[in-house]
Design a protein around this ligand. Structure first.
Ligand code: SF4
Length: 170
């Protein structure tokens, strides 16, 4: 049996982003996976008690989620608040849920300091982006969970089709 897929709540249409919005991902695989009971939805930041809306936050100094987990970088709000502890807790909550529910894959929205897996903002709050993972994506990856960004959903479809004949790419 294939593993389940941990998925960013904002991709599933939940209005949990810092700006109070969602960013729904429309793809036939999403409906199919939902019907098959494969999706496990979480907003890591909300699970750590962060409010909606909340100030935008970025990993400071051009660092990455791995640096935050290693204790060598901070996550800062645009207003100057240090939310490093919340972001680490958010990542731990996501990993705990993934482990409890048997998720072997994660489908996370790119760009976020939590969920980004290919791109994150560069810490200057100027819109600049760089390669790198957010804190949750980094922790999941370190734990052996395969992390895909929303832009890579077709690759996840192919991965599941190749892994388990009960999941058929349509
Ligand atoms: Fe979406 Fe992840 Fe940010 Fe929550 S933490 S709003 S799921 S990108």
């Amino acid at each position: 049996m294939t593993g389940k897929i941990l998925v960013s709540a904002c991709l599933m249409g939940h209005a949990v982003r810092y700006d109070g919005r969602s960013k729904p991902l429309v793809h036939p695989a999403i409906d199919r996976w939902r019907e098959e009971g494969l999706l496990v939805t979480i907003c890591p930041e909300m699970s750590a008690g962060m409010a909606v809306p909340r100030p935008p936050a970025e990993i400071a100094g051009g660092a990455t989620g791995e640096d935050v987990l290693a204790g060598t970088a901070r996550v800062m709000e645009i207003t100057g608040g240090d939310v490093t502890a919340e972001f680490r807790q958010a990542a731990e909550n996501a990993l705990a849920l993934a482990t409890e529910t048997g998720c072997r894959y994660a489908l996370l929205i790119d760009g976020s300091p939590s969920c980004g897996s290919g791109l994150i903002y560069d810490g200057t709050f100027s819109g600049g982006r760089q390669s790198g993972r957010g804190v949750t994506a980094a922790l999941l990856q370190q734990a052996g969970i395969e992390v895909y960004s929303d832009r890579e959903i077709d690759r996840l479809v192919e991965r599941l089709a190749a892994t388990d004949t009960t999941i058929i790419a349509k």
